[in-house]
Design a protein. Sequence first.
Length: 257
Amino acid sequence: MARSGGCGYHSQAMQTRPQNTTRQQASVHDRQIRDMFAGIAGVYDRMNGLLSLGFDAGWRRNLTTRIDEGAEDLLDACCGTGELILTARAAGKGRRWVASDFCEPMLRAGVASNDLGRQARVLAADTQRLPFADASFDAVMVGFGLRNLGDLDRGLEEIVRVLRPGGQLLVLEFFRVERGLLELPIRFYLARVVPLLGRLFGQSPDAYRYLPQSMGRFVTTGHFRQALTRAGFAEGARIEAQTLGISHLVVARKPSN
Ligand SMILES: C[S@@+](CC[C@H](N)C(=O)[O-])C[C@H]1O[C@@H](n2cnc3c(N)ncnc32)[C@H](O)[C@@H]1O
């Protein structure tokens, strides 16, 4: 596994990223996030399926259908155990596949359980400082990773930089729930059911309290659209609700010139 960053192993109390953080606060945040994922790497895939009631596989498949047919170089950033890049490969998308994440235990879990090392070039790297030349990829995918970044704007700018002109960003994410009929049931599921399942079946209850907290502090889909434009993506990104708006699929494009 190539290395461009380290990963600690001890768990710390979790904090969600406050708005307007200083650079130092952002790096403390990043370390806590890395340690948290290191603590649950061994059970991550199993818990993912359980907590999403099995919908996560369908969300990933849906994303891969949107990857341009001619796309050759694909990056799965914040790849975790690599489920997304593997789904893309299985769907016949891409010719060269790179999977990066800043938490080595997550990558190792993917190598051990998903044979990720044979399916993609696997790299330990921070999505806010991607170790790739400008215009290296036709498509960058991020599955449930952007919400964790210490600096969302910087992460999006890095993704624009490594995309070729006209290239795609495809995102799966849990955005902050907006007011509406489903607000209360979704909040109840996230705030009560997810931490309970995490306590019963996961290794770290803190990690499963983090999910609803981080969603509550993340941007809404409307604010995310603005962040995409600020970072340099073309206007008119598609943002589609999946499974009653629990998760969203975003497809944005770098301008062609
Ligand atoms: C919720 S998991 C998602 C994993 C995978 N993409 C999926 O769809 O199941 C979030 C992942 O983002 C990674 N991550 C968070 N912040 C990151 C950063 N700044 N750079 C690289 N990876 C990061 C974590 O280590 C973790 O593996």
